[in-house]
Design a protein. Structure first.
Lengths: 301, 489
């Protein structure tokens, strides 16, 4: 046998062996396909529809394996290898319970809701913004995420909440929002000053029993589900399913909801129209304001 | 870097059946026993930072098409100053025991062969020995250099990188060292970097997937026409400042760099290790721009262009009657311009690059510009070249590689040179398999074969050694086989 033949044999043999090894290891690290026996949507046919985009679960499967599996796990249950070190915990797709929705509490989100979540990321968690992926890739991922739960086969997405036009930002609106903040007991979790340090804060857990912190308005970070006043309106009218944050859609009228939005903006460390109005009011009427909290009488200002 | 023939021409291997068989058995034993050991290999040329994976909990594949090559998500992360843009960016969020550092070295077996080498007809030389042309081959187990890399954020929007790197004999230098002010005035279009860094190449040689002696570099990134005293390599890190910007998803990127004219050297010399020539007092400039396009289900397509304009000294201010060089003088200009692409057709990635290079006649002929008029045979040399590289991603854990390179000297520095003097053709194929690609470490099994043909010159290889042929019209075929474990922890 010539040297050249030996070398070629060696290299090819090595490659063949590695290929065999790779096959076995790759088999171990594959994304597990959702179990049809559970009634989960078919990976081969499941789609998502975001505007003109159509996402395909079959394409999303490879993307999920590349980008998502480390946290969300090969079974989509939020138990990826990094989950133990992540706080808050990654989403469990098998439950199909999502915080950021445009749909009523208890219902499935729209494809666009999921797409927006992937695009935006969650600033206070380990979930980054995936704008670096193409829109098509994000749509494909949404389609694949839907294959983890039979809820997507058995039910439809809820009807998106109708958000009326924003009311005028006035001091009256802010003061009324402050009343609601007291009345609805928002302060119990978010704290009287919105620092996320209310008396109930330490006891809160998500639906998996993991400790969860209320949003700290003074942190200045983005809201979990968006940055605009409409996003804030949507958050407390739909609630954050899977967390202690309930939906107030049944107890708050639309105009009242906008008042609450305007007040919540004053808790943030930004120069906004709401903040300017509020600071001016406090300078002239601060002594007449009753504190927020357990000692405040109902209807306190 | 592999020292191809560290002791001159090396020895001629008449028979290496036994070493090959031994090597094969050992490698097979390693593979069969357990590929999932938690350690393994790579070289000092390429970069990947599992320290970031550990920080953010993402797998290697989130930022790398196949590490160390970045995908667009990784590019955005890097462009943002190693920040994801969430609350986890600042070091204050990290456990105090967290340290953003990674180690990399490549245990490997490799075989290097070069043809038409000038060797003694009788090994050892002596009476009766002449110079003849023969093939020279070396083979054996080896180590690459080592990287000890730290990078991350010093604070929100202040990032850094420090990369002490050694060759395989542990001679260290600073491959990279810089601080970057990110997102100045809240704009991703303004980022300022200061230090020694890689040029903003669309196709990075520091993050590519080839490791062998022949294939572990882009020929065009280090090419200078035969006889030139220019030491510039577009793939080499340079030292200076850079203003860089990008849009939110890094589809649009630009870079403007002002650099010392000393090939990234330190100590005001042209070398990162002791012994370099003194630098001149001039500066070079590099401009780079790229734009990506969303091609729907095909993927992301990117095109870019670059231009490097520089100068190098042609003589030196000396003392002691020429015994000591003090500072480079007689700067003469050169430039490199080109364009590149990064195209995806689903799982197939194509990386084409074209470059045109031009040197001043004094520089191209290695003549001092104060030595009088140019000889009538001297001209300003130029060359054209590039490559087409292909990656096929079977999965995030298996990638097949191939590359073709070609360089033609368009105008020889000396009219007496043969027309094809210095031309280069090269081919590389291989694959990388990543049995471990976690958020804590990465391991790749790397196989590669690379071969190049250089006309009349020393073949460009990882260590730059080897010998020119007897005649300037002769081609030197140089090949590498590389098998190794590439690990990053």
């Amino acid at each position: 046998m010539t040297l050249k033949k030996l070398a070629v044999t060696f290299v090819l043999g090595s490659m063949a062996l590695v290929t065999v090894g790779a096959t076995s290891v790759l088999a171990q690290s594959h994304v597990n396909s959702p179990d049809p026996a559970l009634g989960t949507p078919n990976v081969a046919t499941e789609e998502s529809h975001i505007g003109a985009l159509t996402g395909h679960a079959a394409s999303g499967k490879g993307l999920y394996r590349r980008y998502c599996i480390g946290c969300h796990g090969q079974d989509g249950n939020g138990e990826g290898m990094n989950a133990a070190w992540i706080d808050p915990k990654p989403r469990d797709f098998t439950e199909a319970t999502f915080k950021c929705r445009s749909t009523p509490t208890g219902t499935l989100p729209t494809d666009e809701d999921l797409y927006n979540a992937v695009t935006r990321g969650f600033v206070t968690t380990n979930m980054p913004s995936w704008t670096a992926l193409t829109p098509q890739q994000r749509a494909d991922l949404v389609a694949f995420v839907k294959t983890w739960s039979p809820r997507w086969t058995n039910g439809k997405s809820g009807t998106p909440l109708n958000i009326p036009p924003e009311t005028a930002i006035t001091i009256e609106s802010i003061l009324h929002g402050r009343e609601l903040f007291q009345k609805l007991e928002c302060w119990k979790c978010h704290g009287p000053a919105g620092h996320g340090d209310g008396p109930s804060a330490i006891t809160l857990t998500d639906d998996k029993g993991n400790p969860i912190r209320p949003y700290d308005f003074s942190s200045g970070s983005r809201f979990m589900c968006g940055v605009t006043n409409r996003d804030l309106y949507r958050i407390f009218m739909t609630g954050l399913d899977g967390s202690p944050m309930p939906s107030f859609a049944d107890v708050v009228q639309p105009n009242d909801a906008w008042d609450l939005v305007h007040f919540l903006r004053t808790l943030q460390p930004f120069k906004t129209q709401e903040t300017n109005l509020w600071m001016a009011y406090k300078a002239s009427h601060g002594s007449t304001l009753k504190p927020i909290g357990p000692d405040a009488a109902p209807g306190a200002q | 870097m592999f020292n191809r023939f560290p002791n001159g021409e090396g020895r001629i291997q008449k028979s290496w059946t036994r070493p090959i068989v031994t090597c094969a058995l050992l490698v097979l034993a390693i593979v069969v026993c357990d590929c999932q050991i938690g350690s393994a290999s790579p070289t000092n040329k390429v970069m990947a930072i599992p320290a970031f994976a550990r920080k953010y909990g993402l797998p290697c594949s989130a930022c790398h098409t196949a590490w160390p090559e970045l995908n667009n998500f990784g590019t955005v992360f890097r462009d943002n100053g190693y920040q994801l843009g969430n609350d986890r960016d600042s070091p204050i969020w990290q456990n105090p025991s967290y340290f953003p550092i990674t180690f990399r070295i490549t245990p490997n077996w490799h075989r290097e062969t070069a043809g038409n080498q000038q060797v003694d007809s009788i090994p050892g030389g002596g009476t009766g020995s002449g110079t003849v042309s023969r093939n020279v081959t070396q083979t054996g187990f080896d180590l690459s250099g080592m990287d000890l890399w730290s990078a991350g954020t010093l604070f929100k929007n202040i990032s850094f990188q420090l990369l002490p790197s050694s060759d395989s004999t542990a001679v260290w230098h600073f491959e990279s060292a810089w601080v970057r002010i990110d997102n100045i005035k809240g704009s991703s279009w303004l980022n300022f970097k200061f230090g020694r860094f890689e040029l903003d190449n669309l196709v990075s040689e520091k993050r590519f997937l080839f490791l062998s002696g022949n294939g572990g570099l882009y020929q065009i990134y280090h090419f200078n026409v035969p006889g030139s005293s220019n030491d510039f390599g577009y793939g080499d890190n340079q030292i200076g400042v850079e203003l860089m910007g990008h849009n939110a998803n890094s589809y649009t990127r630009y870079s403007i760099a002002l650099l010392s004219s000393n090939e990234g050297g330190v100590g005001l010399t042209n070398s990162v290790t002791p012994g370099g020539n003194p630098a001149s007092r001039s500066f070079d400039g590099n401009l780079a721009f790229s734009q990506a396009f969303n091609a729907g289900s095909l993927g992301l397509e990117r095109i870019g262009a670059f231009a490097y304009i520089g100068q190098r000294p042609t003589f030196f201010q000396t003392s002691q009657n020429g015994g000591t060089q003090l500072v480079g003088l007689g700067n003469e200009p050169f430039y490199r311009v080109g364009f590149a692409g990064d195209f995806f057709i689903k799982n197939l990635e194509l990386l084409p690059l074209f470059m045109h290079g031009h040197d001043n006649a004094y520089l191209g002929n290695g003549l001092a510009s104060n030595s009088g008029p140019l000889p009538s045979t001297s001209r300003a040399p130029s060359f054209n070249g590039g490559f087409l590289e292909a990656h096929y991603y079977v999965s995030p854990q298996l990638v097949l590689l191939g590359r073709f390179e070609k360089i033609n000297v368009g105008q020889q520095a000396d009219t007496g040179n043969p027309g094809n003097f210095g031309n280069v053709t090269a081919y590389s194929v291989g694959y990388r398999w990543y049995p471990i690609m976690f958020s804590r470490a990465g391991l790749a099994w790397h196989n590669e074969y690379s071969i190049s043909k250089s006309i009349g010159i020393v073949p460009e290889s990882g260590d730059g050694t080897g010998l020119p042929p007897l005649l300037p019209t002769q081609g030197v075929w140089s090949s590498s086989i590389f098998i190794g474990f590439d690990f990053d922890f």
